[in-house]
Design a protein around this ligand. Structure first.
Ligand SMILES: [Zn+2]
Ligand SMILES: [Zn+2]
Length: 143
């Protein structure tokens, strides 16, 4: 049985479909994700590149982690500015989909929280989550 989930950007110009369960799904509390989203944290569902189909034009913004110096490339819709997907040098072969952009945001099960040293003070991680004070990305992906 293959799980298919769809989603897209705020204006609908970019649409995607994923054809498998995510390799991992995590919340990132780093300052870059807070700035990128304008919110408390980023939600990333990581899939194998081959399991993600994207339709529509994306623009890319590349920056480097100030901790590791490795690149991250966020990709967003040029008309509404919504970051829909990104890739990271630390996670080669995987593509992240922004968790809030799924048509049904409830199916995603978050299993880890990264960079909690910069998490917003009012937020408490669920007791069953894997919690990392720094990056959760450095660990090898689950197989
Ligand atoms: Zn858009
Ligand atoms: Zn982050």
């Amino acid at each position: 049985m293959t799980a298919t989930h769809e989603g897209g950007c705020l204006c609908g110009a970019v649409r995607y479909r994923v054809k498998a369960e995510p390799v991992r799904a995590s919340i990132c509390h780093c300052r870059n994700c807070q700035r990128r989203t304008g919110s408390a944290f980023g939600i990333g569902a990581y899939f194998k590149e081959a399991d993600v189909e994207i339709h529509g034009q994306l623009k890319t913004y590349e920056y480097r982690s100030d901790e590791s110096g490795r690149w991250l490339r966020t990709q967003f819709c040029p008309s509404c500015g919504n970051t829909v997907t990104w890739t990271a040098e630390a996670l080669s072969g995987l593509r992240a989909i922004a968790g809030g952009s799924f048509d049904d945001p409830d199916w995603l099960k978050i299993d880890r929280h990264g960079w909690t040293r910069s998490k917003q003070k009012w937020f408490t991680c669920p007791p069953d989550a894997q919690v990392f004070e720094k990056g959760a990305l450095q660990l090898p992906p689950k197989t």
